[in-house]
Design a protein around this ligand. Structure first.
Ligand code: MCN
Length: 784
């Protein structure tokens, strides 16, 4: 079926985006637009002894130069929005421009505003800053050491917070028949959305209102935070997220740069634009992952898993970013037991300050890290018992009849059929056949391997009550307004803020399906705080399960009102009126059918000549939907690889993904999300990794040193869905935006380690570069 729920429909937004008709923030052109550039610290840790801006001010194109001291009283600190409870959190102030100390390379020191972009950048070189360089610390474990320099004097041992969950005790591991321990390092990753960050601000002095175009995933959160930072009432700020070229979590945070642009426009009374260079994107846009994970797994000799324990040292960087503390706590910690029937679990998380770029969400945010350690541990456990890793998984997966399932860490998994997804993936990859071929190929000196991941994800953020209980300083519901125009065309206003995911199409499908109208008659408006009352944005694969259901409820409210009007038109009572495929109808006692089209009823609502008593004119539905639970997508991924004995190069032979996101609205879009996610997850497994030297200099600050995956690195992904409806929401949907990233990283690493088994290799730290793999083979030797 095409065009409605469940149908493959081409993305409505694509003709605009792929023919260069998209409008991005940097495309915004205003009269008298000035340009801002930001002077950034070249040191990871230093005292600022003096800043001399006089020469920069002499530059003929320079309009103003601001330092931290200049704006201290006018621009408030950049806050974090996540304060994990009972964690003794040190949410130390993050000034928009450094005051007397810089804490990472890239920390803002001064801002130049000039009438020309290049002049602004030239003038940065005219600012003389006198620094006293201090020792820096970049590794979180080293930062917790007694002797480590302190990033913030009020955070002893550089511990920003300590958060715990679960009840597993030492004894459970010490006395377990099988006990496997291992340390995993989740390397730091640098999100690289196609469009770098940008903001433009325009202040109207006569009305006291500030309009800002911002590359953000959550315009209303930006409005809320900027209102506090700039001391401007919220209703005087309009945030516009027009076309946003990807975010992957890195455009959630409210950054100092945006506050500075807003301030400059207010202060100078002229519009100001700032756009990040790619180099700045590497340096100051929030990074992802960077966790050191010490894991213990306990089980029985028959392969039953009983308890899991993790100590996570999470590198938070120099400041706590907007959602930063949420990543290693709720998003990571609570899903550690995964898809398995663990009786006990324990998670200890230390959020640690270092002299590095702040970390925040990066696609999957916490869940890839949890899934990685778990799926690697399951393979190590299977290795310990000489069991087939797939069999260990099958034995421990939560059964389809056990839902709703209460996990060892207190979550209620909504629905699942994990075995079905596993069986489907096994069938697609041909697991048994491969195992036989593997033996044969190994005897010929060819090193092929297969890896598996059976995952469950927590997403659809989320019930506001839970969000509040775990420290999020906001709600996580979503709003929707459905405005039906007199001709039956529809405009939807959603508080979600998609930036590449395709909801202009899938949300139109939800409306088209329910109202029985073509999706071309539906326009989705998002990313404008003046047109949309409130919303919490797009991240955590929440847009469909939360925003989509808010929309469905609002549409149903439209239908409810329209049904009253239709009943009046059809000379019957509301209860006798059915609505199907855009037609209201009633069955007469004589068997005749009377009917009115949706459009006829809508017109009546506006003409208002003949409305039932008590029914107001017009047709609009609103909803503020707060979900009762998260949603829990799941699935099984398999990967086959071959490792070149001579070079250590890894070739991905096949990749199979079976995912379950409940009812699928648009299979093509969902598949596209899985593809993108897999590519990003494999990027972490094989190529990507940020490296700092001991002084805190980022050594991987360009695409020359930071390897981004490219399409030709991958085989064609073989994808499929199973559909287990989400039982707690109207549409039966779960999120799909992150599943690929979550599942693919351990899948590939498991496959490579499997290929290297003849060399006695148990584990390798990511990224699995050819050199690392080759050395492992050399060290292990053929006979190991
Ligand atoms: N969908 C569907 N059926 C479902 C679930 C989803 O057809 N059962 C569709 C949706 O309607 C939407 C898409 O799949 O068109 C993704 O929806 P959803 O899972 O709700 O995820 P979000 O829209 O909330 O997107 C967030 C998610 C995250 S967290 C990151 S990070 C990410 C991602 O999506 N960043 C992206 N995908 C991205 N894709 C692009 N192009 N750019 C990014 O920055």
């Amino acid at each position: 079926m095409s065009g409605v729920f469940g149908g493959t429909v081409k993305r409505k937004e694509d003709p605009r985006l792929i023919t260069g008709q998209g409008t991005y923030t940097d495309d915004v052109k205003l009269q008298n637009l000035a340009h801002a550039a930001i002077l950034r610290s070249p040191y990871a840790h230093a005292l600022i002894k003096n800043i001399d801006v006089s020469k920069a001010l002499e530059h003929p194109s320079v309009i103003a130069v601001f330092t931290g001291k200049d704006i201290e009283q006018r621009v408030g600190p950049i806050p974090t929005a996540w304060l994990p409870p009972d964690s003794d959190i040190k949410a130390t102030a993050h000034p928009a421009l450094a005051l007397d100390r810089v804490r990472y390379v890239g920390d803002g020191v001064a801002m130049v505003v000039a009438d020309d972009l290049y002049a602004a950048k030239d003038a940065l070189e005219l600012i003389a800053v006198e620094y006293e360089v201090l020792p820096a610390v970049v590794n979180q474990e080293a930062a917790m050491d007694d002797a480590a320099p302190l990033v913030h004097s009020d955070a002893p041992h550089n511990i920003a917070f300590h958060w715990q969950a679960g009840d597993a005790t030492d004894e459970m591991f010490e006395s377990a028949p099988v006990h496997v321990s291992h340390r995993f390092v989740q390397q730091r990753l640098i999100p690289n959305a196609m469009e770098p960050r940008s903001s433009v601000a325009q202040y109207n002095k006569s009305t006291g209102s500030l309009t800002m175009w911002v590359t953000t995933q959550n315009p209303h959160i930006h409005r809320l935070l900027l209102s506090g930072i700039l001391g401007l009432p919220e209703h005087k700020i309009r945030i516009l997220a027009i076309d946003v070229g990807g975010g992957f979590g890195s455009k959630i945070a409210c950054y100092p740069d945006e506050a500075l642009v807003g301030f400059a426009a207010m202060e100078l009374g002229i519009p100001v634009k700032w756009t990040e260079e790619r180099r700045e994107n590497f340096l100051v846009t929030t990074h992802g992952r960077d966790m050191i994970l010490d894991v213990d797994l306990a089980g029985e000799k028959d392969g039953t898993l009983t308890a899991i324990r993790v100590r996570n040292m999470a590198n938070m960087g120099a400041y706590l970013s907007t959602a930063g503390p949420g990543v290693p706590t709720i998003l990571f910690g609570l899903i550690v037991p995964g898809a398995y029937r663990f009786a006990h679990a324990k998670v200890d998380v230390y959020g640690v300050f270092t002299n590095t770029t702040p970390t925040d969400a990066y696609r999957g945010a916490g869940r890839p890290e949890a899934t990685y350690l778990l799926e690697r541990m399951v393979d190590l456990f299977a290795m310990e018992l000489s069991m087939d890793p797939v069999e260990v998984r099958r034995k421990n997966l939560i059964g389809a009849d056990e839902f709703p399932y209460h996990s060892a860490l207190g979550l209620e998994y909504d629905s699942g059929n994990y075995q079905q997804a596993l069986d489907k993936a096994i069938g697609m990859i041909g697991y048994e056949t491969f195992r036989k071929e593997q033996e044969e190929l190994r005897s010929q000196g060819r090193y092929v391997g297969i890896g598996c991941t059976t995952y469950v994800e927590i997403c659809g953020l989320g019930p506001s009550q839970v969000a509040g209980a775990v420290g999020f300083q906001g709600g996580l519901w979503e709003s929707s307004t459905v405005r039906v125009h007199p001709t039956g065309k529809v405009t939807v206003f959603t508080g979600a803020s998609p930036h590449g995911q395709g909801e202009e199409t899938t949300f139109a499908q939800i409306v088209g399906d329910r109202l029985g109208i073509p999706i071309d008659d539906v326009e989705i408006v998002h990313g404008d705080t003046d047109r949309i009352a409130m919303g919490w944005g797009t991240y955590g694969s929440r847009t469909t399960p939360v925003g989509g259901n808010a929309l469905a409820i609002a549409v149903d409210r439209v239908i409810d009102k329209a049904r009253k009007i239709a009943a009046h038109m059809l000379l019957t009572v509301e209860e006798n009126v059915e609505f199907d495929k855009g037609i209201f109808y009633t069955n007469n006692e004589d068997g005749a059918v009377r009917q009115a089209t949706f459009q006829e009823v809508v017109l009546q609502a506006y003409l208002a000549w003949n409305l039932p008593s008590g029914v107001e004119p017009g047709l609009e539905g609103h909803s503020f939907y707060d979900p009762v639970n998260f949603v829990y997508p799941f699935g099984t991924h398999f990967c086959m690889v071959e490792v070149d004995r001579e070079t250590g190069e890894i070739k991905i032979l096949r990749y199979v993904a079976v995912d379950d996101c409940g009812r699928v609205i648009n299979p093509m879009i969902a598949e596209g999300q899985v593809h993108g996610g897999i590519a990003q997850g494999i990027g972490q497994a094989l190529w990507e990794g940020a490296i700092y030297d001991d002084q805190g200099q980022l050594l991987t600050g360009t695409f020359m040193d930071y390897a981004m995956p490219k399409a030709h690195f991958f085989p064609e992904f073989e994808t499929a869905f199973t559909e287990t409806p989400a039982p707690q929401n109207l549409l039966g949907v779960k999120g799909i935006g992150e599943t690929g990233t979550i599942a693919s990283t351990p899948t590939v690493v498991n496959a490579v380690v499997d290929a290297l088994r003849p060399f006695g290799v148990r584990d390798l730290d990511m990224p699995l570069t050819p050199e690392k793999v080759w050395r492992a083979m050399e060290k292990g030797g053929e006979s190991a």
